[in-house]
Write a protein that binds this ligand. Sequence first.
Ligand code: GTP
Ligand code: SPV
Ligand code: MN
Length: 593
Amino acid sequence: MTNNKFVLSWIEEMKAMTQPDKIVWIDGSEAQAEALRAEACSTGEMIKLNEELLPNCYLHRTAVNDVARVEGRTFICTSKKEDAGNINNWMDPKECYEKLGKLYRGSMKGRTMYVIPYSMSIVGSPFAKYGIELTDSIYVVLNMLIMTRVGNDVLEALGDSGDFIKGLHARADIDEENRYICHFPEDNTIWSVNSGYGGNVLLGKKCFALRIASYIGRNEGWMAEHMLILGVEYPDGETKYISAAFPSACGKTNLAMLIPPEFYAKKGYKVWCVGDDIAWIRVGEDGRLWAVNPENGFFGVAPGTNEQSNPNALHTTMKDTIFTNVVHNLENNTVWWEGLDKNPPANAIDWKGNKWDYRTYNKADKSTCGAHPNSRFTAMAINCPCISKEFSNPAGVPISAIVFGGRRAKTAPLVYQSTSWQNGAFVGSIMASETTAAAAGAVGVVRRDPMAMRPFVGYDMGDYFAHWLKMGTIIPNPPKIFHVNWFRTDDNGNFIWPGFGDNMRVLMWILDRCEGKVDAKITPIGYVPNVEDINIEGLEGVTVDTIKELLTVDKASWLEDVENIKAFYAQVGDRVPQAMYDELAALEARLKA
Ligand code: GTP
Ligand code: SPV
Ligand code: MN
């Protein structure tokens, strides 16, 4: 496969520790993938779905205790604790290697170790970074084949170099008490053990493309962000690109694939998806920021995905897809999840593998769901009806606007614009959002989630803020920075803004602002639209008064937020840049004026 001595000696070392019966190199061929699918079906690890209705689609169920990322068990192992910072969990690298070494020892006895050479971004492109994941899970292999670019060409591109990310994953006993997701940014190494779930085990994704890449990007002068990338094509054919950072399960996939409301569609506007979760961003030769999506597929939230909310995502999953923890519809051997349609199958198996009677479903009690709230689909980007023609462009796309957003029932207005790059970085740093089922733990609790990166920064959060500020000084022509909130609720807890495709109405205000085509009102938090500038043509139930309500900036609740931000900055610690404190003080002063 390769003569690369860095690769071979590392694999020998990992083999000696985990003791697999055999080693299989993944070459990226369809024949090998097909054989692995067949093997996974023969052991029950995967279930083949209806070939006519869902060609080449499979269902997988994880262990009941293993359904989401585990932030409490995720560690950044730098030699100095302060380099990981206060927001991350830290373990001494030596101690961590020893501790996990014991868990890995002999864990692959009787099993096969798969060697997955993969690339984040187009193989051979200037943006590309390579990794090798060793795993004893066929499910991981098949997911990585969709989510990344896998195969021999990666080994060829790597050549004799030792510049690759060494990922080791072992299922071991899927023991929650001994589950660890550990990153060694100084060694380009990731060790994951005792999980079989998504972000814990598809090591190219959060572990590499965000945690390790953010560390590399800080050292090299670029950014790895938890952002979607989309293009808005105007009737004259010109396309403008937006990247947006929302926390997990807060709407990136949905926004990235949105269908324009009829008002815009009729005029010839189109929206194209470049990426739905991760962006690697650099300063281009023209002085603008350029972004690529380093992934090759989507690991998207299933519940709530339907013909109305996100038809593009739904159509993407109609072939070549792996579904995880959704309902198995035994009537026609397909899948179902809450919010797919109003016809739950009568004869069905729930995500835990038990017979499921939809009549027992009670919206208020998540434990009665047929699909897990964090059930997901793994689907190929090229199967997406609205995939951008720039998806595979190694140069990426130029970014006109950066958008931050969270899930806030109150406080944050529908949209506002920062007043400068520095102020925009501050707006990102004070982001907050209600927690979701994407990570283990309580759901619906507001927490600060700077730039939607709280779980994903591979170094000190204060240094990360400083990196954002520094980027501002090296981008001659920076994008404008905005903040949105689709999730404001009324007194009954209902979302006020219709969201989904109608979010385009807000994107158009944002793009108009970038071109200086529309005025705005200055408030203590930044620029807010004049009410009449959010287009509501054809929107049922939304009036100018609704928009007015969505755009209100309530000083009292913002002042409460300021206190919360102060506490959060104190928690981040002494590396929070002075400029962020200056921005915070200025915000407080404006709110009190
Ligand atoms: P990760 O893959 O976890 O990083 O999440 P994501 O940000 O891609 O989230 P996704 O787009 O899958 O959205 C998750 C949830 O948010 C789903 O339940 C959606 O139905 C809901 N959602 C997305 N967009 C909107 C919106 O505009 N309004 C409302 N009310 N809900 C939305
Ligand atoms: C997220 O939680 O932000 C995800 C899903 O995108 S996972 O890959 O599991 O992290
Ligand atoms: Mn994500």
